[in-house]
Ligand binder design. Structure first.
Ligand code: FAD
Length: 387
């Protein structure tokens, strides 16, 4: 682990003797974990969300999220993953609920990529297995076209919906004030301005508004290259007895319009879920997403059939669209946008797993333990591979 990550991941144990008023805009996973990182240090935190808390329309709202040490060629983020796992353990210790379900994860490769060498390096660095399997030995996998099946150790599923609820219960106990149905209209120095013109006075504001940043801070969103992409997921009813022990599958499909699918097995009450890798469709984040577009659902199910064996025996329970807030290079953007105001945007389709660690970084910057420049570079995953 590099020295900056080490510093950020181990904040001072005692509560601060200089509590600040902090406004956090957005109560998705990044906003809630940021509130956690600051409130546990004794800061006076107010979380403002335009919808319900948690908001079912947010990017964080779902049943399960993948967490793994393997981060492909983004080796800076791979280097952060032990600290990210530790941050989750700290949250679970405080909520009293361990919501990480260790789950095997298998990449089904249909072409050679630079991915494999990078993952072999980072898994070895973490002392984790990276094992080639016979594709035919994985009953749920459609082996057609698979040249290699690689299992990456140190993977699991985060139970997203219960985690959000645990944080909503924990934060008031830490002194944080959670305000639902409170739309923020502007974020100048001194604290957010609400839709009715009133101001929430704050020494520092963290804008973790997900795709909402595109309308709340349009100029900054443009400057940092953010956009909203429409994603499709489907929940499936599998044939009985197949998936209880089955792994997560990550299947790129070269040439397929979806780019491929990831498959989360049913665990601890979640449903079997597939989602696509197609991030090409940029949308207005305020546009209605219901009903889901039939062509996108059809493409996802076609990809599912290529990834999963015997797919005609699976039942479609539901499909829906959700948003990724895409950032260049799929990097976190934690950047100042005005004095005392920081934009915090999760990195495209993989922002859940790293949210608590990023939250600790934001808290360290608020307290002056790291500079804004260090925070921005570190969050971009560029500074973490030096140790
Ligand atoms: C289908 C899908 C699958 C994914 N899979 C994974 C995965 O397996 N692993 C992983 O690590 N990540 C995954 N991600 C990514 C991850 O879920 C997101 O990066 C993360 O949840 C984003 O969190 P957030 O808090 O930044 O934004 P959000 O969860 O969108 O929260 C933003 C909040 O801000 C509020 N808001 C917006 N504008 C305003 C305003 N003006 N005033 C007040 N409130 C406002 C919204 O109401 C919302 O509640 C996935 C995402 C999707 C969509």
């Amino acid at each position: 682990m590099d020295s900056l990550t080490r510093r950020i991941a181990a904040p001072p144990q005692d509560r601060t003797d200089r509590p600040l008023r902090i406004a956090v805009v957005g109560a998705g996973i990044l906003g809630l974990t940021t509130a956690w990182a600051l409130a546990r240090r004794g800061h006076r935190v107010t979380v403002l969300d335009g919808g319900l808390i948690p908001n079912p329309a947010s990017s964080s709202a779902d049943e399960g999220r993948i967490i793994r040490h393997a981060y492909g060629t983004m080796e800076g983020y791979a280097a952060m993953m032990p600290a990210a796992f530790a941050a989750w353990r700290a949250i679970f210790a405080e909520t009293g609920q361990d919501r990480l379900v260790p789950t095997r994860a298998i990449y089904a490769l249909r072409e050679e990529t630079p991915w494999q060498g990078a993952v072999a390096r980072t898994q070895a660095c973490h002392g984790l297995p990276f094992t080639e399997l016979d594709p035919a030995s994985i009953p749920v996998l459609n082996p057609d076209g698979v040249i290699r099946a690689m299992e990456v150790g140190g993977s699991g599923m985060l139970l997203a919906a219960p985690i959000l609820m645990d944080l909503v219960r924990l934060l008031p106990r830490l002194g944080a004030d959670l305000r639902s149905h409170t739309h923020v209209a502007a974020c100048p120095e001194g604290g957010p301005v609400l839709a009715d013109g009133t101001r929430v006075a704050a020494d520092a504001t963290i804008v973790a508004a997900g795709a909402g940043v595109l309308t709340l801070l349009p100029e900054a969103a443009r400057r940092f290259g953010l956009r909203a992409s429409l994603q499709t997921v489907a929940y499936l009813g599998p044939p009985p007895g197949l998936w209880e022990e089955a792994p997560m599958l990550l299947c790129r499909l070269p040439g397929h319009p979806t780019g491929g699918v990831y498959v989360l097995p049913p665990r601890a009450g979640t449903r079997l879920k597939i989602g696509d890798y197609d991030t090409s469709l940029t949308v207005d984040p305020t546009a209605p997403r219901d009903p889901p577009r039939a062509s996108r659902v059809a493409a996802l199910l076609d990809a599912g059939a290529r990834a999963i064996a015997g797919f005609d025996r699976y039942r479609l329970i539901a499909a829906r669209h959700c948003l990724y807030t895409m950032a260049p290079g799929d990097r976190f953007v934690l950047r100042p946008v005005a004095p005392g105001v920081t934009l915090a945007s999760a990195c495209s389709g993989h922002g859940f797993k790293l949210a608590p660690l990023m939250a600790l970084g934001l808290a360290a910057a608020v307290e002056g333990h790291v500079t804004r420049e260090e925070l921005a570079l570190w969050a971009g995953g560029h500074a973490a591979s030096d140790g």
